[in-house]
Design a protein around this ligand. Sequence first.
Ligand code: CAA
Length: 241
Amino acid sequence: MSRVAVVTGGTRGIGAAISTALKETGCTVAAIYGGNDEAAAKFKDDTGIAVYKCDVSDTQACAENLGQIEKDLGGIDILVNNAGITRDTMFHRMDAEKWNAVINTNLNSLFNMCRPVIEGMRERKFGRIINISSINGQKGQMGQTNYSAAKAGELGFTKALAQENAFKGITVNAICPGYIGTEMVRAVPEDVLNEKILPLIPVGRLGEPEEIARCVTFLASDDAGFITGSTLSANGGQVMV
Ligand code: CAA
C-alpha cells in the first residue's frame, strides 16, 4: 500500500535525505520547505517529489497547506517534523527575537503540523509521527538555550502524544541526531567544530543525513508498530542515554 508522507524542511539537509528515502520505500511524499525556492525547485526536479512552501511556525498556514496536500495526495499517514533552525548565542547575549524564532519554528511547529493530521490518523487507525529532535535536547548545549529547550520540549511532546494515540494504531517517536554534516552544523565556527565537537564523537566523524533517513524509514514502517514514545539516538556514541 502506498502511504502518504509529509516531511517538513524536506528539501534540504537531513530532510531531503528523509524525503528521498521515504519515496524509495514506496511512499507518496510531500516535502514542505520554508523559504529557499531555488533549492526546493532543484530538489523537485532532481527527485520528482512534490514541494509545498509553508512557514511551520504559522498555525493557519500549516492547516491550509496540509489541507491542500490531502486534496492533492490523500490522507496523511506519515508526518516527519524535521524543520528546524538555530540562532546560537550565549544566553546573556540572547534577545527575544532569537528565543522566539527557535521556539516557534522548532517546537510550536509540532502543534501546527500534528493538530491538523491527528484526527484523520485516528479515524483511519494508522499513523506514524516522527519528530527530529537533537542530541542537544538530550544533553543541553552552550550557546543553544533556545534550541536545547525546544528540542527537549519535542521529547516530552512525543511521549505524551504517543500515549494518547497508541490504541489508535498511531506511533509517535523522536530521533535525536548528533552532529550531522549539513549546512546547520557547518555554520558552527570551524575551530569549535574541529577542536571541541569532533573529538567528542567516538565514531570519529560527523554523521550523514542518510543515516538519519534510515532511522526514519524504519520507524515509519509497518514493522515498527510496537515502538512508540521512544527516543532513538543517532550520534556516533557522543552521548549515551
Ligand atoms: N562545545 C564545546 N565548547 C564550545 C562549544 C561547543 N559546542 N561552542 C563553543 N565552545 C567554546 C569555544 O571553543 C570557546 O572556548 P575557548 O575559549 O577555550 O576557545 C568558548 O566556548 C567560547 O566560544 P566562542 O569564542 O565561539 O564565543 P562566542 O561568544 O563568540 O560564541 C557560541 C559562543 C555561540 C557558543 C559559539 O561558539 C557557537 O556557536 N558554538 C557552537 C554551538 C553549537 O554546538 N551549536 C550546535 C549547532 S548544530 C545543531 O544545532 C544541530 C544539532 O542538532 C546537533
